[in-house]
Design a protein around this ligand. Structure first.
Ligand code: NAD
Length: 300
């Protein structure tokens, strides 16, 4: 298939490379030329403009930083035509960026109004998953479009879940990361409390990992060094999943909580706690480094 891939950064670069390795004819574009080099070296054709990249493509995949980038790339400017105006009618647009549910629905509506088809397909799995082709995709769109998209996404991912209509892929991502952010804070508070009470981290881990406190934040991404040797805590909190990305995703959760009026007090607090963490030293650390903030701000 002829696929245009727009946004060849940390995630988009390896995803485009996997599509090319999978036998697709991939034409990539990024505003920053340096970002295009690894993809070019691995068989992705690099085009000089977004419009050129999408000309003749059957599918357009975007992997951009935030909602405003997706909407402006779709819409273009008076000087430069956007992706929607440059693509052949009926092109399937798949946005894999992590953006607000409302922005995803707006992008979808813009694509449909321009005579195209559109889906949201955000991912989890980070750069490691992008390189290994093991990303989890959460997809929003029609059954018919999902049938076309699934084999393409399968080249870049392991698990692909059709979550429902447009916007619901982003909804699933935001809800999952809300659970993750809250549970990591909970696990971290419990370890610091255990330390204050005289418990060893290993003893608390041995109990909680086999009891009702069991969760991914504890048993895979354990915020203290020792109990899980592969967790970022064992390497000075090098990510992993960076605090800046958790702060971003919880900001999207906060937007969704506010726009729906859900009474999610802990979720809003978690968003605030991670915003503080990312504004301080935590932006480039794994999000489990939040435990250091909790320890530091606890009474001595
Ligand atoms: P990145 O900043 O490395 O890459 C984004 C790329 O988009 C950059 O190279 C930038 O130059 C390019 N870009 C911006 N506007 C453009 C435009 N109009 N046209 C063409 N290129 C444009 O970011 P990333 O880490 O690859 O993340 C991309 C998306 O994936 C984000 O929404 C992020 O939240 C999400 N995500 C990231 C991770 C991760 O671990 N990095 C994990 C899951 C989801």
């Amino acid at each position: 298939m002829r696929i245009a891939f727009i946004g060849l950064g940390h995630m988009g670069g390896p995803m485009a490379i996997n599509l090319a390795k999978g036998g697709h004819d991939v034409v990539g574009f990024d505003l920053v030329q340096a970002a295009t080099e690894p993809a070019r070296a691995a068989g992705v054709t690099i085009s000089g403009s977004a419009a050129e990249a999408v000309a003749g493509a059957e599918v357009v995949i975007t992997m951009l930083p935030a909602g405003r980038h997706v909407i402006s790339a779709y819409s273009g400017t008076p000087e430069a035509p956007g992706l929607l105006a440059s693509a052949a009618p009926g092109t399937l647009f798949i946005d894999s960026s992590t953006i607000a549910v409302d922005d995803a629905r707006q992008a979808h509506d813009l694509a449909l109004a321009a005579g195209h088809r559109a889906m949201d397909a955000p991912v989890s799995g980070g750069t490691v998953g992008a390189e290994a082709g093991t990303l989890a995709f959460m997809v929003g769109g029609t059954d018919e479009d999902f049938a076309v998209a699934e084999p393409i996404l399968a080249v870049m991912g392991g698990r692909i879940v059709h979550c429902g209509a447009s916007g619901l892929g982003q909804a699933a991502k935001v809800c999952n990361n809300l659970i993750l952010g809250i549970t990591m804070i909970g696990v971290s508070e419990a370890f610091v409390l255990g330390e204050k009470l005289g418990l060893t981290n290993q003893a608390l881990f041995d109990v909680a990992s086999n009891a009702s406190g069991q969760c991914w934040a504890l048993t895979t991404n354990c915020p203290v060094p020792g109990p899980v040797s592969t967790s970022p805590a064992n390497r000075d909190y090098q990510p992993g999943f960076a605090g800046a990305l958790m702060a971003k995703d919880l900001g999207l959760a906060e937007q969704a909580i506010t726009s729906t009026g859900v009474s999610a007090e802990i979720g809003l607090l978690a968003a605030e706690i991670y915003r503080r963490f990312a504004d301080g030293a935590g932006a480039g650390l794994d999000f489990s480094g939040i435990i250091e903030d909790i320890r530091r701000t606890s009474d001595q």
